[in-house]
Design a binder for this molecule. Structure first.
Ligand code: MN
Length: 364
């Protein structure tokens, strides 16, 4: 095995150890190939991550080996590497996460064996107010890609009616993501509530193909789940241009709306995306040009009784089992003052990861 190599990235020199280590056994690409891939899509990946707290999914021995979900930048990182602090008040902890400001910090993360980049939907200027609403179209195991295409067109249609521009990309798996830039005026609970209202509208327009049902076991395996929960605090999904930690090295790839009917997400890999990027540039280049208000979606949420304290059927079920009506069935009680947020110190609901993340106040 060759010794370490040094890559010049902008004004930095980044050392890559074990450059010949095979990371993607189905294809053969190495750690050095991964670093070169990210350099080839540099503007795009930096735009996707810029100034966002970023979780690193590391695979120290390649993608078929152990996976490490790393929030914290370790001691010993270069002095030029920037971080952003996020708090986890319910645990009395915080984390200094990677904060990408230049391409070299992404290559440093590759040196740290990062394959996937999972940024928050907020930025360091105000980590508690997201500027990105994420529409995650998640096909259930027996859902056909034709259904994903059909639902994507419905998403496009509704966004058009809202006067919003959405930016589609493949997930790198079987689904699609659509990102919408929003004004950073609302906390995570409101953004999630708006996302929920939108998902319900998608479901209304294609009830045979779409579900917003909370519990996976209750979802028809042939339909598509619009996963609005991805907008909850500390929930992250792979960014645009992130390679996925799979042997095939698929890439979450920006596409145009016109490509929805023809796209084959499996064709977008560490090997093919650089040429596509060289030809087309970053299809998400304009994503920061306009930011939209969530007011209409929040009005839909109000209409549909998706109140702020609604934390999903797990809570309803727990309450029902005690003979108490769940918050969802209290939709008609919207003239009451908003229910107090669950106290972060209460542990009863912490067993459900979604609820645990919602226990964090949306803004402080
Ligand atoms: Mn998904």
């Amino acid at each position: 095995m060759a010794g370490a190599v040094e890559l010049e990235v902008g004004s930095r020199t980044v050392r890559i150890s074990n450059p010949d280590r095979v990371y993607f056994p189905a294809r053969g690409e190495t750690k050095l190939d991964l670093a070169r891939y990210y350099i080839s899509v540099g503007d795009g990946i930096v735009r996707a991550l810029r100034e966002r707290p970023c979780m690193m999914h590391r695979f120290p021995s390649g993608v078929t080996g152990e996976k490490v979900h790393q929030k914290r930048v370790p001691h010993g990182a270069p002095a030029w590497l920037e971080t952003v602090r996020v708090d986890f008040p319910r645990y009395g902890r915080h984390a200094d996460e990677l904060c990408v400001t230049e391409l070299a910090s992404i290559v440093w993360a590759v040196q740290m064996s990062t394959v996937e980049f999972h940024p928050w939907n907020s930025r360091r200027a105000d980590t508690e107010r997201p500027d990105e609403w994420r529409i995650d179209l998640d096909p259930m195991p027996r859902c056909e890609f034709a259904t994903v295409r059909r639902v994507a067109h419905i998403v496009h249609e509704i966004l058009g009616e809202l006067g919003m521009t959405g930016w589609p990309k493949t997930s790198g798996g079987n689904g699609l993501h659509v990102y919408v830039r929003i004004e950073p005026r609302w906390g995570f609970a409101d953004v999630r509530r708006a996302a929920h209202a939108f998902a319900r509208e998608v479901e209304r327009r294609a009830p045979d193909h779409v579900t917003t049902t909370w519990w996976r076991k209750d979802r028809d395996p042939t339909v598509l789940f619009v996963d609005y929960n991805q907008n909850a605090r500390d929930h992250t999904i792979a960014s645009a241009y992130s390679v996925r930690g799979v042997p095939e090295a698929t890439v979450s790839t920006p596409i145009t709306w016109d490509e929805i009917d023809d796209v084959d997400p499996r064709q977008f890999t560490i090997a093919t995306v650089p040429a596509r990027f060289a030809e087309l540039g970053d299809l998400h280049q304009g994503i920061d040009d306009s930011a939209y208000s969530l007011q209409t979606l929040l009005a839909w949420a109000e209409r549909d009784g998706l109140d702020l304290s609604y934390t999903g059927p797990s809570r309803d079920r727990a309450l029902r089992s005690k003979g108490v009506r769940g918050s969802r069935s209290r939709a008609g009680a919207s003239s009451h003052p908003a229910s107090p947020r669950p106290s972060p110190t209460r542990s009863r609901r912490a067993t459900h990861p979604i609820n645990a993340s919602l226990l964090t106040p949306a803004s402080r």
